[in-house]
Design a protein around this ligand. Structure first.
Ligand SMILES: Cc1cc2nc3c(=O)[nH]c(=O)nc-3n(C[C@H](O)[C@H](O)[C@H](O)COP(=O)(O)O)c2cc1C
Ligand SMILES: [Fe+2]
Ligand SMILES: [Fe+2]
Length: 397
């Protein structure tokens, strides 16, 4: 698969793995993208998960035949891209690993590599005889050694995980040849799951790239972006600034349905307050990976849970912790919860809502034992308040 005269796609699809990183469901599979840049010298950019090594090698051979690979550029050491490094080196013993100091230390640590290496730093260039590679260090997007590689002749950015998404590539690779719409929700989910903690570092990387003209983004996951570059950059910019859309995500947990009744009333309040743009999830029913995606997507966040063993319902605790780990901010938060003898849930939710960058909306609603008209009205009022606050902030924007 040729992207330009000198750049070839040699990535593979994973339609087997159930959960990426053992955590995040891969309902549409995953692509591990790898590229060959061919000048007088040949460079391979990143590798693939080692379970796909035989297919990967056959794709490489289709491009270079029995020729040699001079360089292997490693943008990022996570094993979904570095996994084939050891096997590749056993087939191509003279290949020179190209990475920054941290990358090469990790390569040695993971794969006991001892062969030829080339250490690059910020702004270093590597002339392939025709194509020229330039390196940008983009630490913590999302590993410490992460860098991006820019090919100057074709203005192609090999961006590593950045600008990537879940989803295998079905019969085509570039955004010009396939329907890209299904990939955008998966880009938000990928970002929220994998990169979400590193908004500030993504911003730094984007600033670093802002002076560079980019014709093509070749990320390690998902389509190659050409036509949709500005849309993709815009999504990453918004997500890394933690800028939510006007709308709300209501997530609640329940064992016996008491908290569900509260959630339904909050939802009624949202709608009667004029907010149609919202989604509702029950913990344990929707995988957390999708919850995080909606949390990153919408500005309004409504959370409800029962008290459980003197703490909060465990699935809500996990969600709260995961949102805290991702330094979620710029959110309007409304909370509600239930208990029977000594309340803890609402306290925990209020602690979350008082974190920096969070704004508590309305009055927290706390229900002891059964549902009542009064509680229903308090919940509806919470929903209405959220709807009003969202519209007010939308008006200001
Ligand atoms: C396993 C379990 C543990 C509970 N622990 C507490 C608790 O520590 N403190 C409390 O006030 N209520 C506790 N409750 C009571 C629930 O918080 C209360 O019944 C609530 O209404 C349940 O909401 P739900 O119907 O939405 O599941 C517990 C209930 C269960 C089933
Ligand atoms: Fe990664
Ligand atoms: Fe990756």
């Amino acid at each position: 698969m040729k992207l330009t005269e000198k750049i070839h796609y040699v990535g593979v699809n994973d339609r087997d793995k159930v959960r990426f990183e053992g955590l995040w469901p891969l309902t549409q599979g995953m692509a591990y993208n790898s590229y060959i840049v061919k000048g007088e010298k040949t460079a391979l950019i990143d590798t693939v998960d080692n379970r796909y090594f035989p297919l990967f090698i056959s794709k490489i051979k289709n491009v270079i035949g029995n020729g040699k690979i001079d360089y292997l550029v490693i943008n990022h050491m996570e094993p979904d891209h570095s996994g084939s490094l050891g096997l590749l080196r056993s087939l191509y013993p003279d290949i020179r690993l190209v990475g920054n100091k941290k990358t090469l230390q990790m390569a040695e640590g993971f794969y006991l590599q001892s062969g030829e290496t080339l250490t690059v730093a910020e702004g270093s260039e590597l002339d392939l005889g025709g194509p020229r590679l330039k390196f940008f260090l983009t630490p913590m997007v999302h590993w410490p050694e992460t860098m991006m590689t820019y090919e100057l002749e074709s203005q192609t950015l090999f961006s590593g995980d950045a600008f990537g998404c879940y989803g295998a590539l079905n019969g085509g690779v570039t955004d010009e040849e396939i329907d890209i719409e299904p990939y955008f929700p998966e880009m938000i989910r990928y970002y929220a799951n994998i990169v979400g903690k590193y908004g500030a570092q993504v911003q730094m990387a984007m600033k670093k790239l802002s002076e560079t003209n980019i014709e093509r983004i070749c990320s390690t996951h998902g389509p190659v972006w050409t036509n949709a570059i500005s849309r993709v950059l815009d999504i990453y910019n918004r997500l890394s600034l933690y800028e939510g859309e006007t709308g709300a995500c209501l997530i609640y947990g329940t064992m016996y349905g008491n908290t569900t009744a509260m959630a339904e009333s909050v939802a009624e309040g949202l709608v009667s307050g004029g907010m149609k743009h919202f989604v509702m999830h029950k913990l344990g029913r929707t995988d957390e990976s999708y919850l995080l995606a909606d949390v990153f997507r919408y500005k309004g966040l409504l959370l409800g849970a029962p008290t459980y063993n003197n703490g909060i319902y465990p699935l809500m605790e996990r969600l709260l912790t995961d949102m805290e780990h991702r330094s979620l901010k710029n959110r309007l938060v409304g909370v509600f919860g239930s208990f029977s003898w000594a309340s803890q849930a609402v306290k925990r939710l209020q602690d979350f809502a008082s974190l920096p960058g969070m704004k508590l909306v309305g009055q927290p609603v706390e229900m002891k034992q059964g549902f009542s008209k009064e509680i229903a009205e308090q919940c509806r009022e919470l929903g209405r308040q959220m709807a009003q606050q969202l519209s007010a902030e939308d008006g200001e924007a």
